[in-house]
Design a protein around this ligand. Sequence first.
Ligand code: ZN
Length: 170
Amino acid sequence: MSEGAAGAVLDTTALLHWPLDRLRGGVCCASQLDELERLSPARRMLVEAADLDWMNPSPAQLEAAKAAAAATGDLPRLSTVDLEVLALALGLKRVLVTDDYRLQNVAMHAGLEARSLATRGARERWSWIWRCTGCGKEHNVSTNVERKRDGPGPECDVCGSPTVMKRARR
Ligand SMILES: [Zn+2]
């Protein structure tokens, strides 16, 4: 619980809330600095000066992250920064520190350790599908899906009705 960040990939909530000395040695995406700037410019200045590894995921790492997130069905609800953080963790095979349950879910499905900010340990894993509101057909999430926080999914390929995100029955 008091473990620091050394070598782990940290999401932006960790950058906001962890003490600076605990962040030492963590790995982050350069794009998280912009996100931090929007949330707290003062914190950004502190974090920028902290001893962190700033990296950018490669296109191949991003594609792998998209594929992993499509496989669990979480992809449509991930932001661009979320995907980049995930891509670094997957690409470097590092512990991922995040309170975002979607990121935790994808990371654990992909065999990584996902750690929340305050507590340790994995939780239950699940998968998501799009279910048609008309005919009930279930569609898997594809890697080229539009990503947004909420709202309906792609139209059903059978009846054209909107789909909604549901937990898959396994
Ligand atoms: Zn349908």
